[in-house]
Design a protein around this ligand. Structure first.
Ligand SMILES: C[S@@+](CC[C@H](N)C(=O)[O-])C[C@H]1O[C@@H](n2cnc3c(N)ncnc32)[C@H](O)[C@@H]1O
Length: 246
């Protein structure tokens, strides 16, 4: 059996992860010894009476900023215990947008540390001297990096070989070829008068495949025309300036 993927989340709210880590594919991978996942409470790496993790921003302005010392210490302690350097990722709205290609790429890493910001974010020295990647889940702000981290972990772990019962289900999904998935139907064949497209019940595999391909293109054209541009121009992997970290 291959070595398990090691994954740690540095957070002020470890309790938020309990349900997520104990359910579905993530739980199955843990139970099978394919993934070792842990949370790391940032406050355990403070050394003052108040267990302070944040402070006022230099230069003034609203809110508080996460101090660098506990974040560095947490990551370095995890890596020392693991005896290996991890791929270090900071969740931040200023990061590169997360896409399926990044999930596939990160699923090949042996050790990952995800750092969750809070308040106004983290001290810039974390960005410049600790992490390799800054990742955003989209052009909106949530209150902390925990939900973004959960989202990444789920997307990454389902790309680990053997995570899903049927490997094809990960291959034939939206975004795999810069296309959205085709429409799916199950029984009954007629529901409130809305019937399943006949071709899907024809048993003709070539026609079904062609229909699905057409539908995938149609849906992508309607809902995500930006993906079609990627398909035409062949935009895919890359993390250079202006790239999408996929
Ligand atoms: C309230 S946000 C800070 C926003 C920051 N002041 C800014 O304008 O960029 C607090 C934390 O939530 C997380 N966060 C918020 N939105 C995010 C997003 N779109 N993607 C990833 N992380 C996000 C980050 O970890 C961030 O440090």
């Amino acid at each position: 059996m291959p070595d398990p993927v090691r994954l740690a989340v540095v957070t002020l709210f470890p309790q938020m992860f309990t349900g997520v880590f104990d359910s579905g594919i993530i739980r199955a991978l843990r139970d099978a010894g394919r993934a070792e996942i842990e949370t790391c409470d940032l406050r355990d790496f403070t050394h003052d009476r108040h267990r302070s993790v944040d402070d006022r921003p230099y230069g003034g302005g609203e809110g508080m900023v996460l101090k660098p010392e506990p974040v560095f210490e947490a990551v370095e302690t995890i890596e020392q215990r693991w005896g290996t350097r991890a791929r270090r990722i900071l969740l931040t709205p200023q990061g590169i947008p997360f896409r399926q290609g990044a999930a596939r790429r990160l699923a090949e890493e042996k050790a990952l540390v995800l750092i969750c910001g809070r308040y106004e974010g983290v001290d810039q020295r974390v960005v410049e001297h600790l992490v390799e990647e800054e990742v955003s889940i989209g052009d909106f702000i949530v209150s902390g990096g925990e939900i973004p981290a959960m989202l990444l972990i789920d997307a990454i772990l389902r790309c680990v070989p053997g995570a899903t019962g049927n490997p094809a289900s990960v291959i034939n999904e939206s975004f795999q070829q810069n296309l959205l998935d085709y429409p799916q139907y199950t029984r009954p064949a007629s529901f409130r008068g809305w019937v399943v497209p006949e071709v899907l019940m024809s048993g003709n595999h070539a026609e079904i495949a062609a229909w699905r391909k057409r539908q995938a293109r149609l849906r992508t054209h309607q809902n995500r025309p930006d993906l079609m541009v990627r398909e035409v121009t062949g935009v895919e992997e890359g993390r250079g300036p202006g790239s999408d970290l996929d």
